[in-house]
Design a protein around this ligand. Sequence first.
Ligand code: HEC
Length: 147
Amino acid sequence: MPWLAAISAAILVFTGVWVESEEDGDLPPQLQYRHKVMEAVGAHMDGIVAIVREEVDHSDHLLSHAEAMHGLAKITPDIFPPGSEGGDALSEIWEDPEEFSEKLVEFREAASHFADTVRSADKADLPASLRRLGQSCRGCHRSYRKR
Ligand code: HEC
């Protein structure tokens, strides 16, 4: 019966959504928010890499991803307020805010530079600029994220 199949499909879809939100739902809103912002950062990075590697034919999307990344880099300092310790974020973030803020600045500058490079007529700098952006992720994760 086709309608039965449709209903079970819908239940499966909702179950999937529920399971995911239940996992995140155990966390305080500020931590869920941080995860969502970082997932967005990760999703734009995946998009950028797929375009630059020419796995997808969407080079006209590159600037949208680059500008979104720059926007997210600008709000990243706000997603670690005092009292939001937890998740995969290491306590060193709140213990040594000055050193942590260097990572935030490097991320913002790398994202800004990448967006400028995508905007510029001369794309020769693109690989180096993307490498710098990737290093800004790793530089922070290495010191301030679990795993
Ligand atoms: C200034 C530090 C910092 C920078 C820069 C940074 N991240 Fe993160 N990222 C974190 C921390 C800390 C977490 C763990 C957050 C938590 O669990 O609450 C995280 C988590 C993540 C996650 C997992 C999200 C989830 O579901 O929990 C992804 C994906 C991610 N980052 C991608 C990136 C990418 C890609 C970049 C660079 C373009 C980047 N991050 C730059 C600190 C940073």
